[in-house]
Structures are given as C-alpha cells and as structure tokens.
Design a protein around this ligand. Structure first.
Ligand code: ATP
Ligand code: MG
Length: 399
C-alpha cells in the first residue's frame, strides 16, 4: 500500500509537535488515529509519541495533566484547550501478563516494536509528512488483516489484554486474523483469567460498541476461548450464526446486549464489576415479563406498570431477539403521551392524604395504594382524588 503524501492532522496536534521538535525532540503520530485515517476514516484524536521524557514534556507546556505518567503519558492542552496524549518512546522491561514496567531512552522503532498489532504500529511525522512502518502495517491494512507485531505467542503472554484487543479490532474492521496470530490468540486465552475484571469489562463494552457485526464479535469470543474464561454460557458460534436478529443495531447498550447473548447475565456482569445500576438493569431485564399479555392498551399499561423503568430495555431486547420492531411500541408511546398513571407517584392521592382520610397508619397504607394503582392502570379515568379516596375507604372497610 502506498502511503498518502499527507494526512490531515488537527492544528492543535501540529502545534504540540512543533513545540517538541523546536526543543530538539522527535514527535510522531502513532496508533489508532493513524490506522483509522489509512482505513479511510479520518480522525481528530491523534496521539503523539515523542523522544522527550515525561518531565521534559511537562516542562515544555504550560498546561498538562499527568494522565499516565508511570507509563510515559502526559496529557497536553493545545491552544484551543483540547487535550492530547503525548507518550514517551518506551519499551517494556518487565511484563507479567497484566502490568508492564517501562523504560525510556529508546528509538521510535523500538517503541513501535512494543505495540500490539502491525496496524497499530505505523508512525507518521505530522510536520515532515514522513512515514515509519517497520512491521508492514500498511500492507496489512490493504489486505485487511490483523497481525501481531513480532512473535505472536510472546506478545500475548506479555499482556493478555491483547487477546481481547485482537477480537475487538478484528470484529470492528471486519479483518481476517493472520493464522499465526489466531493460533497464539487461542493458545493464550487460558491466561485471560489473570486480567482484572475492569479491563475485561471495558474491552467487552468497547467491542459491543464498535463491532460492525455482533455475530462476528460473539463468535470470536466463543471460538477464541475468551468466553470460556470471562463470559461463561455466551451464545456459541453456532447459535449466533443461526440468530436472525438485528446484527448491527444503532443502539449498543452493553447491558441489553449482554442479556441477549448470555445465559446468566447478572452473574457475569457482577463478576465484570459493572455498576450496581447496570446490574439492576440486567436483573430487571431477566425478570421481565418480556412482553405485554395482549394487544389492548390496558395490557400494555399493565405491563409498563409491572416493569417500570425496564420497559424501553425490554422493548429493545425483544426487537433484537425477534428481528422485527417491538409490536407494542406505538401503544407504549401513546400511553406515555396520554400521561396515564403507571406508578404510585402518578396517583391523584398520596399516602399522607390516605392517612388524613382515616386509613390507619402502617402496612395498610401501602396495600391500599397498590390496589388503587392497579385500578387506575386498569382504567386511567379513575385517577381522580375524590374517586380514589372513596375507593380507599371501601378497601380499608371504613366509612
Ligand atoms: P481505539 O480506536 O480503540 O482507541 P487505539 O489503537 O487507539 O484504538 P488505544 O488503546 O487508544 O487503541 O491505544 C493507542 C495505541 O497504543 C495502540 O494503537 C497501540 O499502538 C498501543 N497499545 C495500546 N494498548 C496496547 C497493548 N495492550 N499492548 C501493546 N500496545 C498497545
Ligand atoms: Mg485510541
């Protein structure tokens, strides 16, 4: 693949590169933005790699943020106050599959050699328009192929996260995986247990968000063995092949998609340390009921009242499972539009008012409110203060 003479790099990045080079350092664009631009998807978020040490970078710019100084990364604000990552050329001196200890004072080529995949190890000099591609990344982009830099088994053993990154990039770009790299991916999968749950979670979420085809991503997690370690009972590659649902949905909610593809999503999401709110959403999706019991507005109101905040997630899940629009979507919208009462707070009377009307304090108040809610969900025209108070007295057997 012939390199373009120039690629568009934002002024802010050029400005930072000029400052570094004027001080006698090297500054190159490397990583995702270079790769994506060569793939025909121009980016703004260029990362810079530099020969300057983090201390030198911090001294050269007025406003910096210590993003990951331990790993050589300093955030630098450009004149428009956009933050860019500037990372010192480095190599790994010691790795244990989870963390690396890095050392500076190395060349650009050595820095590129410690990167994960050839397509991520291409450097572009933003001021001179020069290219550096020692591992044939541009050729792999042209052939649409993901290949590890250097010896694949060794590279995955250094950092098992690269296994999951391989699955993500392959699915996102619809690449093939180079056979030796794939063999190393499957051989390394058993080491994935060493990773922290947070890093695995972030990869799963990014993968779901960026893959063109969900089918491809899920198959890759299955076939690589990664699912066996972190996503037990993920749909098998065969099951996902047979699935007729929306393979490239616009909305990529990790909770809804995890519930779709996993047999026990609550257990998996808990282990992945998803937030309590996300785990609660998964639980609500699992408990359902998955759909209204009938087509009448009353059936839809009853379902909406029963599932509460989970209604939209359940509708999306239904759509993904059945590969057609949620049949109740319009009725649901009409119920919302009409402002029909669906929860206790929507009732025309409050617990306080029930007490004032003589309902005895204690569990009775809650029971009466529940019954009133059931009756207004059934028939919203009953949601009138006087009507409800009279009914409450009937329920509580007081006059
Ligand atoms: P994305 O579009 O997901 O941001 P990216 O390639 O920019 O893709 P980043 O995680 O932002 O990915 O990392 C930037 C660059 O740092 C990568 O392109 C790669 O060169 C290098 N890199 C990141 N993570 C690793 C890793 N685990 N092992 C080796 N190199 C890595
Ligand atoms: Mg990136």
């Amino acid at each position: 693949m012939a390199f373009p003479e120039r690629i568009p790099v934002p002024d802010g990045v050029l400005e930072i590169a000029r400052t570094l080079e004027a001080a006698g350092h090297e500054a190159w664009c490397v990583g995702g933005a270079v790769r994506d631009t060569l793939l025909g998807d121009p980016q703004n978020d260029f990362d810079l790699a530099t020969s300057a040490t983090p201390t030198e970078v911090q001294a050269l710019f007025k406003r910096t943020v210590a993003v990951g100084v331990r790993y050589g990364t300093v955030g630098v604000f450009d004149p428009d106050r956009v933050l860019h990552e500037v990372t010192t050329f480095r190599h790994d001196v010691q790795t244990d599959g989870r963390h690396a200890e890095v050392a500076y004072g190395v060349s650009l080529d050595e820095d590129l050699a410690r990167r994960d995949f050839t397509v991520n190890a291409i450097a572009y000099h933003p001021l001179r328009g020069e290219w550096r591609d020692p591992f044939g990344g541009a050729d792999d982009i042209a052939r649409r192929r993901l290949r590890a830099v250097g010896d694949p088994p060794a590279r995955f053993r250094e950092d098992y996260l690269r296994v999951l990154r391989a699955l993500r990039f392959t699915a996102r770009f619809e690449f093939a995986i180079d056979p030796a790299t794939w063999e190393a991916v499957t051989a390394a999968a058993s080491g994935l247990g060493q990773l922290s749950a947070e890093r695995v979670r972030d990869e799963w979420i990014k993968g779901l968000a960026t893959t063109r085809s969900l089918r491809r991503l899920v198959s890759l997690w299955d076939k690589s063995g990664a699912a066996g370690i972190w996503l037990p009972q993920l749909w098998s590659a065969a099951a996902v092949e047979a699935w007729q649902g929306d393979d490239a949905p616009a909305r990529r909610d990790p909770v809804v998609l995890s519930v779709l593809f996993l047999a026990d999503p609550v257990a998996v999401l808990s282990r992945l340390r998803m937030s309590n709110a996300e785990i609660a959403r998964a639980s609500a999706l699992v408990s359902g009921p998955a759909e209204p019991s009938g087509v009448a507005p009353r059936d839809v109101r009853q379902w909406m009242a029963a599932v509460g905040d989970a209604a939209d997630d359940l509708a999306e899940l239904w759509r993904l499972r059945h590969a057609r629009p949620f049949p109740w979507a319009e009725v649901m919208a009409a119920v919302r539009e009409a402002g029909s009462p669906l929860r206790r707070g929507d009732l025309a009377v409050s617990g306080q008012e029930l007490l004032a009307a003589g309902i005895p304090a204690g569990p009775m108040v809650g029971q009466v409110l529940e019954r009133l809610l059931a009756s207004v969900v059934d028939d919203p025209t009953l949601n009138v203060r006087e009507t409800l108070l009279a009914r409450a007295k009937e329920i509580a057997c007081i006059r």
